[in-house]
Design a protein around this ligand. Structure first.
Ligand code: ADP
Length: 637
């Protein structure tokens, strides 16, 4: 059931839509795109989550959303609050309790009435105070007058002072009767939305302030010290709690109670404060909870709270990517328009700038024919690009601004990787020409979105005892596996039995955090074969790929980032698994710098990477004859 406007009120050229980066949108800039009013209609992708919040808003159910940051969880929660009826909003007042100052009274009235009630009380209090002060001054004047005429003047002043003091301390007793407007929905046009992410207990559940003068009779009355929590402010609306697992268990328990009862008394949250003595009558907290978090969040969540949502609500998993269709690309263009409007100061994006951003959305998805749904970071890119254009007083944000923004808004990992490449250049650890035996420029991914060149060196020595694989760092396991795989192949074409040799594998400068070695097995295999056969490897080449025992090159993750890293490091040819060919979405600037060579078999890899005929040719020929179909029939191991 979709109430969502699909096309943003702009003409679409269906003929070209399929191949067009803008999905056939005929626009000059994002200015031409209409942004829907309702937040729920601005949500892109996440169809399931959106349908659920629409349904949950109608039925007043709680929702749990699990997924990556920046994919629209809080946006959906806010959208939900806009879908709730606003008629039943309420104001909450706290009154002093003449019988017990520590138990203030609570009254709930229709929204807007609260202000009127407080105003009426204040009026009353002012009159009362005026009468009191007139009375006070009359008495004081009488005493002083009497003292002047009759008696010792000093005594007269003293008496007047005492009277004045008595009136002073009781002087605000008129104000003390004015109720405290705890929750004011008078101005609220839609149901409230409260984001209580990271809130401490007091902010979430309400609090009573400490009063140092409590015992002296000069203090602030307790009802004035009562403060609402998010659970009270979100009454009849939506309470959003991200990272739900970071709430301590006691607070989660209290939250549970609040949900069950629909009302929750406010008391001082810090035990040694005078506020802890105060406990109000229950205050309504009839909210819909939207809890959010990543997968771990569910583990640390109070099981009863989780069950509560399961039993009385919905759970939904947020998507990270979405299929790349012309319609979706048009929505991405609208996304930029939305972000520009929300910010209010950014220049709109030209069609070319939108196209560049779409390319980036494709790249960031890391998946064939998909677009990323990590909109917060994408929105960050929009703002940085827009800021660059704005700083130069331009009317529109251009493609060039987007490119510059991408450079500026690099992630920490990316900055680290770039810095790392720079430093290695200084130390000449980077080799990108000539031939070296046993050394391969491998590629790895750091963090989520940055590649790094990771040279691998292999050396073969006669076995000291038994024959082992010795690798540096955490990559031992992966190195062993790669060597095992390659030894099966080596056995087939040479008399060398690797299990009788010591194979040293060194990952040059690996271990500076976050390097994942899973995809380096063709690198290790190439290095080992080169070392074994004394054939040099072309250092202008970098490679990535996984290797099967049969010699097939299997696909790996992060090829785009890896290729870019190799290009930055000065390599000119890059070997990737053939199966990854469609995942390559490198930026134009790199396209001219490097040649990408897809390979499906280790013999192809070696054909490209090794140098020095005729030794190499003979090796590759031998390998070809045993891998592939012939190799299939052979026994492995
Ligand atoms: P989360 O709560 O999942 O961490 P948010 O909802 O706070 O993410 O998203 C941050 C911002 O990114 C939103 O304010 C919105 O501008 C944009 N955004 C996120 N998800 C979407 C989406 N699915 N469609 C459109 N914009 C989105």
């Amino acid at each position: 059931g979709s109430t969502v406007e699909v096309d943003p009120g702009v003409e679409v050229d269906e003929e070209i839509a399929e191949d067009d980066l803008l999905g056939g949108l005929k626009i000059d800039s994002t200015e031409d795109i209409e942004v829907p009013d309702r937040l729920v209609d601005q949500v892109i992708g996440q169809d399931e989550a959106r349908d659920i919040i629409i349904k949950a808003a109608k039925q007043r159910r709680h929702v749990m959303m699990i997924g990556s940051p920046g994919t629209g969880k809080s946006m959906l929660a806010k959208a939900m609050s806009q879908l709730l009826p606003q008629e039943d909003l309420q104001d909450v007042l706290v009154y002093p309790n003449p019988d017990d100052d520590n138990e203030p009274k609570v009254r709930t009235v229709p929204a807007g009435k609260g202000d009127q009630i407080v105003a009426a009380h204040r009026e009353e209090a002012n009159k009362h105070n005026r009468r009191r002060s007139i009375l006070m001054w009359v008495i004081i004047a009488a005493i002083i007058g009497y003292a002047i005429i009759v008696g010792p003047l000093l005594l007269g002043f003293l008496a007047a002072g005492v009277i004045w003091l008595i009136f002073r301390t009781m002087g605000n007793s008129g104000d003390a009767m004015v109720p405290n407007l705890l929750v004011n929905n008078g101005e609220q046009r839609v149901a409230p939305f409260e984001d209580a992410t990271g809130a401490h207990a007091g902010a979430l559940l309400g609090d009573v302030r400490h009063d140092p003068f409590q015992s002296g009779g000069m203090g602030t009355p307790s009802h004035e010290r009562v403060e609402p929590g998010s659970i009270h402010k979100s009454n009849k609306g939506v309470l959003f709690l991200d990272e739900i697992n970071t709430l301590d268990i006691r607070t989660q328990q209290k939250l549970m109670t609040a949900i069950q009862e629909g009302e929750f008394s406010i008391t001082g949250q810090s035990e040694r404060s005078s506020g802890a003595m105060v406990q109000t009558e229950p205050v309504s907290c009839d909210f819909i909870m939207v809890a959010a978090g990543n997968l771990d969040a569910m583990e640390n969540m109070h099981p009863a709270l989780r069950n509560r949502i399961k039993g009385y609500g919905y759970e939904v998993y947020m998507d990270d990517t979405i299929e790349d269709t012309p319609e979706m690309r048009r929505k991405y263009a609208r996304f930029i328009a939305q972000e520009v409007e929300r910010d209010g100061r950014l220049p709109h994006f030209t069609d070319e700038a939108v196209e560049e951003l779409l390319l980036e959305a494709k790249r960031r998805s890391g998946r064939k024919n998909h677009l990323t749904l990590h909109f917060r970071t994408l929105g960050g890119l929009v703002r940085v690009a827009g800021d660059i254009a704005r700083a130069e007083d331009r009317e529109y944000t251009t493609r060039d601004d987007v490119l510059r923004a991408k450079d500026r808004s690099r992630s920490i990992e990316q900055q680290l990787a770039d810095d790392y490449i720079e430093r290695r250049k200084d130390y000449e650890l980077q080799i990108n020409d000539g031939g070296v035996e046993g050394r391969v420029n491998g590629l790895a991914v750091m963090g989520e979105d940055s590649g790094i060149m990771l040279p691998v060196m292999a050396e073969i020595a006669p076995a000291q005892a038994g024959g082992t694989v010795i690798a540096t760092g955490k990559l031992q396991e992966m190195a062993e596996e790669s060597v095992q795989n390659v030894s099966a192949i080596i056995k087939k074409f040479s008399d060398v039995d690797l299990s009788e040799k010591d194979v040293h594998i060194q990952f040059v400068q690996a271990g500076e955090g976050g390097v994942d070695g899973d995809s380096a097995s063709i690198t290790v295999a190439t290095a080992v074969i080169s070392a074994l056969e004394d054939i040099p490897i072309d250092q202008s080449i970098a490679m990535t790929g996984s290797l099967s025992v049969r010699g097939d090159v299997l696909p790996v993750g992060g090829v785009t980032h890896k290729i870019e890293a190799a290009a930055k490091a000065g390599c000119t040819k890059i070997i990737i698994p053939e199966a990854n060919e469609q995942d390559v979405m490198i930026e134009d600037e790199y396209e001219e710098m490097v040649e990408i060579i897809p390979c499906s078999n280790i013999s192809e890899v070696l054909d490209v990477a090794l140098m020095g005929e005729p030794k190499k040719d003979s090796l590759v020929d031998r390998l070809k004859s045993i891998t592939g179909t012939t190799f299939d029939q052979g026994t492995v191991g």
